[in-house]
Ligand binder design. Structure first.
Ligand SMILES: [Cu+2]
Length: 150
C-alpha cells in the first residue's frame, strides 16, 4: 500500500510538471501574439483647445489611417464648447451632436474643463470638425482633420 501511494504521488508530480510546462508555452505564445498586435496599431495623441474667440487651436490636424486616436479636448474659455467630427458632406454651420461621424463627439464641455475621447481614425480623407454650440461654427469654430494613407 505504501509503495502504491508513493507511485501515485510521483504521477501527480509529473502531471503537475507537464501542466506547468504547457502553461508556460501557452503564456509565451499569448505574449508574442500581443506584442505583434501592438506594433501594428499606431496610437496617436491629439490635443485641441476650444477658445472663447470661437476658434479651435490648432484648427487643423493630421492622423494616420487606421490609427487609434486619443483626443484631449480642452475648453480654455468660459463659454460651453464642443468637438465633433462632422459626418458626410453637410453644412458644417448647422450641426448638432447627432451629426457626429461614428459618434466622435465630446459632448458639451463647460468652460475650464477638458475631456478625453478615444476613437479609431476614419478612412483616409479630409474631415471637418466643429463646435455645435449654436453660432460657434459659423463664427469660425471649425477645423480640418486630415486622415492620411498609412
Ligand atoms: Cu464653441
Amino acid at each position: 500500500m505504501i509503495l502504491e501511494k508513493t507511485i501515485s504521488n510521483m504521477n501527480i508530480k509529473q502531471d503537475l510538471t507537464l501542466f506547468f510546462l504547457l502553461s508556460c508555452a501557452a503564456f509565451l505564445a499569448a505574449c508574442s501574439g500581443n506584442s505583434a498586435e501592438a506594433k501594428n496599431a499606431a496610437s496617436v495623441q491629439l490635443e485641441v483647445e476650444g477658445l472663447d474667440t470661437l476658434q479651435f487651436t490648432p484648427n487643423s490636424a493630421s492622423v494616420p489611417a487606421e490609427s487609434e486616436v486619443e483626443l484631449t479636448f480642452k475648453n480654455a474659455g468660459n463659454l460651453d464648447h464642443n468637438f465633433i467630427i462632422a459626418a458626410g458632406d453637410i453644412d458644417p454651420f448647422n450641426l448638432n451632436e447627432a451629426d457626429a461621424l461614428a459618434g466622435i463627439n465630446t459632448g458639451i464641455v463647460p468652460g475650464g474643463e477638458k475631456t478625453t475621447l478615444s476613437f479609431k481614425a476614419p478612412a483616409a480623407g479630409t474631415y471637418t470638425f466643429v463646435c455645435v454650440v449654436p453660432g460657434h461654427a459659423a463664427a469660425g469654430m471649425v477645423g480640418t482633420l486630415t486622415v492620411a494613407e498609412p
